[in-house]
Design a protein around this ligand. Structure first.
Ligand SMILES: [Zn+2]
Length: 44
């Protein structure tokens, strides 16, 4: 499964998650904000 990297727009926390195609946008594990931005450039 691909791993996606996200950055929280609210607190700036960067995290990674394994996400299926049907899954919705995850939330920040630090502040639980759903204002997260997916980092496109992910190396495999
Ligand atoms: Zn956050």
């Amino acid at each position: 499964m691909p791993t996606y990297a996200y950055t929280c727009k609210k607190c700036g926390h960067a995290f990674e998650t394994i996400q299926g195609i049907d899954d919705k946008t995850p939330w920040c594990p630090e502040c639980e904000s759903k204002e997260v931005e997916r980092n496109v450039a992910t190396s495999f």
